[in-house]
Design a protein. Sequence first.
Length: 221
Amino acid sequence: MGIQIAPSILAADFANLERDIVAVSDADWLHVDVMDAHFVPNLTLGLPVLERLAQVSPLPVDAHLMIDDPDRWAPKYAQAGAASVTFHLEAAHDPVALARTLRGMHTRASVALKPGTPVDDLLPHLGEFDMVLVMTVEPGFGGQAFMPEMLPKITRLRQAAHDADLDLWIQVDGGISGDNVESVVAAGADVLVAGSAVYGADNPNAQVGLLRAQAQGAHHH
């Protein structure tokens, strides 16, 4: 795969979600942040909303579950229509078993890492996942500043995937904008989540195109 852009509806108008989804229809994925006010200090939306979004979205839904007990809940999001389900390594009791369950449901299985979580424990099991999400902010709220100190984590994951000959997607989420797209792609990321950078623009689809063009310029796998 080349570069993929996943606009985050955390930055959209929650009263006009269908309008704001159509406004980014040139993107590759619709990134939907599910927060439970336990794993992260915010509450966003849950199963019924995601299920309806998946029905109306022209893009496949990329569900990022910032929730406790994903072992129980993540399969329900796959059933609700998410084409890719990301759960947090810090919250899962058995990440490998959960990933296998999701893959068994024909859903892409993805695991996310908070900024403070090292990649070391994950590296031996990379083949169990379709994607790893490297959080480039502390999860919980949109509009935060990108953390460049996460770049080495991306590079380690990309190198490990390359060494094991894995088709692993590496996603970045948090403060992604034109200012840092080239550096995250150069580090090895290929799925870019952007919230404020896309929805803060007058023309979100044009912004998706700009980010993709910038990222492709730095892409060299």
